[in-house]
Design a binder for this molecule. Sequence first.
Ligand SMILES: [Zn+2]
Length: 392
Amino acid sequence: MEVRVDNEVIELSGRKLNEIKKLYQQWHTSNRQQPAIIECLCRGRYKKNNPKLHVMKSKTGKYVLRNNPNNQENGLEHDFTCTLAIDGFHNLAHHHGIKIDDEQNIECRMNFKKKKASNKSRLSSDPNKSRQKSGSSITFGNSSLHTLFYTLLQQQRFHQYRPRNRREVVKYLYASACRTTVNKEQLKSMIFIANQGFNVGYRQKLLIGWGSKEATFDRDESHNFLVKIPLFNLDNHEEFIDYVRVPDWKYKEALDSCRIHVKQGYWVIWRDYEHKDDRFLKVEKVIFVPAESDSKIPVESSYEEAMIQYLVKKRRHFLKPLIGNVTNMFLDERPDMVLYDTNPQTIIEVAGMKNKDGYQKKLKQKADVYQKRGYRYLEWDGAESIETLFNK
Ligand SMILES: [Zn+2]
């Protein structure tokens, strides 16, 4: 990310941590005669009225760059992908039980064991950490496997498609895993990412592979209740890597919770020890995350898949937010995709529900919000060809 401090543009990404620490220290009010004027340049260098930032010193003595709380009321707005935006991705992830700290480390808990919510566990957990309802099988303060997977991708900005970049998802996932701890254990030492030369081992808790949800899978030869899900190489979808055996009801549960008509995607499996001294991991959760095959970006409908396929074919530069609304600009709106290679940028809303009452009105409201903010707005209902939409 870029900032401007007292009229000098400074790029912070790619710098070493101690370098950044030094800069923050210099910008902190206690170390200078006049307060530094720090602007966030997330919308580009040449925009006026950039949101202001300040350096805060935490209780532990760490310097942290923060958003000025009065930016919004002063009409100084961040780009909606900016991590310093009030309702930015990090904040949203936090609501789902995933903590991303100022040094970009990810931390969460994963526990699918059924457990009565005791008073003790309620008191000890931070109520802001999660909005999980008590009484579900997920313990209070937990995060979902879905959110963790999306976070791993979004944290490395894999949801951004640049035509010249190689889409090596294995690398991206591993880079994220190296900065992640789950249940206080380092994720990099317990993750299996399906790629050449690796097999599913006995100790890996998080398994991620490419696959199809519509194939019929064989059952384990000696344990008939186990379905053998084939995991394919994430970067080469033709290459079979290994099987993972999961109880058939967990497999069916995964299919039931993913009803959209997109065949390809990620198998994401969480395993854990049922009891402390167990020797073998037990499959606790299986999910299928449908995704567009070329970009490997997760999608929520077949229309989204078609739109991404089109944008990839046309070599466009775009972004598809995975976690949330990612913005304090758009309030409750949730843009499906954003094109970066138009001026102004173009918001794409993939509708596909045109006939429903009230939906039309809501879309109109969205269009107004975007246009008022200076974005172009395109809306696709799935009826006309995408080609026609772009040639309008
Ligand atoms: Zn910003």
